[in-house]
Design a protein around this ligand. Sequence first.
Ligand code: ZN
Length: 308
Amino acid sequence: MEIDILVSEVGPRDGLQSIERVMPTQDKLDWIRAQFEAGTREIEVGSFVPPKLLPQMADTAEVTRRAAALEGLTVAVLVPNRKGLEHALAAGAHKVSIPFSMSESHSIKNVRKTHAQMLTEIGACIELLASLDARQRPAFEVGLSTAFGCTIEGSVPEDRVVRMAEQVIELGVDEVGLSDTTGYGNPAQLKRLAQGIWSAIGRERMTGVHLHNTRGQGLANVLMAVELGFTTIDSSLGGIGGCPFAPGASGNIVTEDLVFLLESMGLNTGIDLERLFEVRAQVQAALPGEPMYGFVPDAGLPKGFKAH
Ligand code: ZN
């Protein structure tokens, strides 16, 4: 059966990079395999950042290479710059995203680059990709991060996000993704931003959202995204990682709750919830004591629940 919504698992990257402990490579691979077998078709497995900055991601090359052996799985990775892209290409990633912070102060603080410098870096990535044979070329996406607001700047002007999306597409990027890095977003804002960006670059150039549940608005935003026509939604198993800015608060949308929402609405994700709960238990066992979030795993599936 055809999938209606692609649930892209980002736990091994967004989740694990936000917790202090380092998950052993084999545990990461067991998680990725188990979740693939539960029906997940896209997993962001790591980030090519210097291990000094994020020791949790130091094995990303190996994880990428070995995950790519799972036939039918799209192995996605995050890179901060062209150098990271080179590593991602060498490891055989199928999809590469580079985050581009819509808040310039956030960009300077995180990657020490102004907007102009980031556009130059993205251009350098495009140049490298253009030199490859089409069959070797991974999908390349720019994540419009902090698009809904920033912990340093506060609100981020929507017309700026639209303008940046336009400039990024002009450089030759395949797609941009709309990203609520800080969990500031609400559904009305999501609708305005999506419509503004789509009218500037076309609907086919933005099909995915990355939302956080920091303030409990994650699934409300998902519902708006689905109604607007987004077809890829990022989430993290058990919401692992929480929110680095608010201890005890959930970070990413919880995959289990997301899959339940979609399946109960009759939208096929291809993911088997019962098996997903088993993956959750497996990951929890690999990260003892680490908080895992979500309502559906605790409450259980409704009596007689049938997935789509
Ligand atoms: Zn995130």
